[in-house]
Design a protein around this ligand. Structure first.
Ligand SMILES: [Ca+2]
Ligand SMILES: [Ca+2]
Length: 80
């Protein structure tokens, strides 16, 4: 019983997190959340909070200026 309790909590947490991600999806909310210093772009360190973006940073940064603009974020489909 102790084992199932330990398994149930992370599972519920994951489901809850997915629910939040789904409700926050397709909006600039995600971009704004990642832009923690609110300078209007996502730096490489800010991108670490986003698994897909951190893994594809160089591809998403199409103008290669080292930061992700909202246009680049959106063009990569990360606002979906
Ligand atoms: Ca920023
Ligand atoms: Ca850029």
């Amino acid at each position: 019983m102790k084992l199932s309790k330990n398994l149930a909590f992370p599972l519920l947490t994951t489901i809850f997190a997915i629910g939040i991600a789904a409700s926050a999806g397709a909006s600039e909310g995600t971009f704004d959340e990642l832009d923690t210093d609110q300078d209007g772009v996502i730096s490489q360190s800010e991108a670490q909070a986003h698994a897909t973006l951190s893994a594809t940073f160089a591809e998403v940064d199409t103008d290669a200026d080292g930061v992700i603009s909202w246009a680049e974020f959106s063009a990569a489909g990360l606002d979906q």
